[in-house]
Design a protein around this ligand. Structure first.
Ligand code: KG4
Ligand code: ZN
Length: 374
């Protein structure tokens, strides 16, 4: 058991930094052990989005992302550190710095990792390396009912009685079904064999000239569309595997917009295609999760990652997965679906309390970093 050796009774405060893609984020959380687990309060959650920078390129431009992280880092840290009255004497106010070490864009990750290393070295604070996907998983413990302001109220994370957890993380880089038999114990039981779900939203939006990021625009125009107009393939749904595939779906959408042989543009209805595509992706994600749940009988199912901000997916997924008896479904508030440091901080607290900390010299940014513990 990860928690058997947690003896710490005092309140701990963690500063977390997240820069794995195009969001510069920092957060401070405070946590204390309770009889049943942990009580965690998000004291701050600062996020600087780079969407405006990348919009004109139709996707994230890695060099520009690193530069933008550098520019945003100090203002974002200033904002996040407000509840502890700033950076002055930081070592007296927080216990550790949690940092996303991967996976992600290497240039972006390095901006956060090096900031954490500098702070750690200057203030003599331990560093807690966190996987980006862990942040998406633990953000879901905030629950969807949290108010829409940046902070969420106190959250309770139970030590036991919630496992196994089956988590579906759906983002621009990942579509992973992760099985957790205990806190911080991860086994990937299914993942995409080609495009990630968010990537498919982004690419189909680009095909339809809707701009970047694709998810929110597709969701918006889909509201006016007929989701049954264009039947699209429910790729892999009838197969035994728990893996996903979205590239065939993307190509099917592409060939509704132009003739594959002549490349001539075809007439199609954007709202109807957006609605049909959104419905198909959500159906695939939900069906595969239900299939995995039949195998692993989870007590808790988590939905997280940027695509989980999609209202259609949230409603459909919660409605269908909740039908499995004995299963509780957890999804993050929308503002903690997309990249943020609050989820990293929550995972960081649990890691810190279980002794998973390092000195700044020992941490390293990694663009490829499986979540699985070996
Ligand atoms: O987790 P995230 O913020 O960053 C990564 O880790 O990749 O996820 C970003 C992805 C993008 O592909 C974006 O299009 C998608 O999440 N996304 C959405 C929505 N909001 C963001 N997809 C569908 N519907 C949305 N409302
Ligand atoms: Zn993410």
């Amino acid at each position: 058991m990860v928690y058997s050796f947690i003896m710490q009774d005092k309140t701990v405060k963690i500063l977390a930094i997240e820069t794995s893609c195009d969001e510069t984020a920092a957060a401070v959380v405070e946590a204390k052990k309770t009889a049943g687990g942990f009580e965690i309060e998000i004291l701050s959650n600062a996020v600087a989005s780079q969407i405006d920078i990348h919009k004109k390129w139709g996707g994230v431009y890695p060099e520009l992302a690193s530069r933008a992280h550098l520019e945003a880092m100090i203002p974002v840290l200033d904002e996040a550190l407000k509840p502890v009255n700033g950076i002055h004497d930081l070592n007296k106010k927080i216990d550790a710095i949690a940092i996303t070490v991967g996976p992600g864009l290497i240039g972006s990750l390095l901006m956060g990792v090096e900031t954490a290393q500098i702070l750690s070295s200057y203030f003599n604070l331990p560093v807690v390396p966190v996987n980006h996907l862990e942040g998406h998983v633990y953000a879901a413990f905030c629950g969807e009912d949290q108010s829409s302001n940046d902070k969420c109220q106190k959250i309770e994370i139970k030590k036991s009685g919630i496992f196994p957890i089956l988590a579906l993380v759906v983002s621009g880089g990942h579509t992973s079904l992760i099985l957790m038999k205990d806190h911080l114990k991860y086994e990937t039981v299914g993942q995409t064999i080609d495009d990630a779900a968010g990537e498919a939203f982004d690419k189909v939006a680009r095909i339809m000239d809707l701009g970047y990021p694709g998810g929110p625009v597709i969701e918006k125009i889909a509201k006016k569309g007929n989701e049954s107009k264009y039947p699209l393939p429910l790729s892999m749904v009838d197969r035994k595997t728990l893996d996903f595939s979205f590239s065939g779906l993307k190509t099917a959408a592409l060939y509704l917009t132009k003739d594959p042989r002549t490349q001539k543009k075809l007439k199609y209805d954007k709202a109807d295609l957006a609605a049909s595509f959104q419905k198909t992706v959500c159906e695939i994600l939900t069906q595969k999760t239900i299939q995995a749940a039949r195998t692993y009988q989870p007590k808790t199912v988590i939905l997280g990652g940027g695509v989980s901000a999609n209202s259609y997916l949230r409603e459909h997924f919660v409605r269908e997965v909740s039908k499995i008896s004995g299963t509780e479904v957890l999804i993050p508030p929308k503002q903690l679906s997309t990249d943020n440091a609050a989820g990293i901080a929550i995972a960081g607290v649990l890691k810190f309390l279980s002794g998973q900390k390092a000195t700044w010299q020992k941490i390293e940014a990694k663009d490829h970093l499986p979540i699985d513990n070996n």
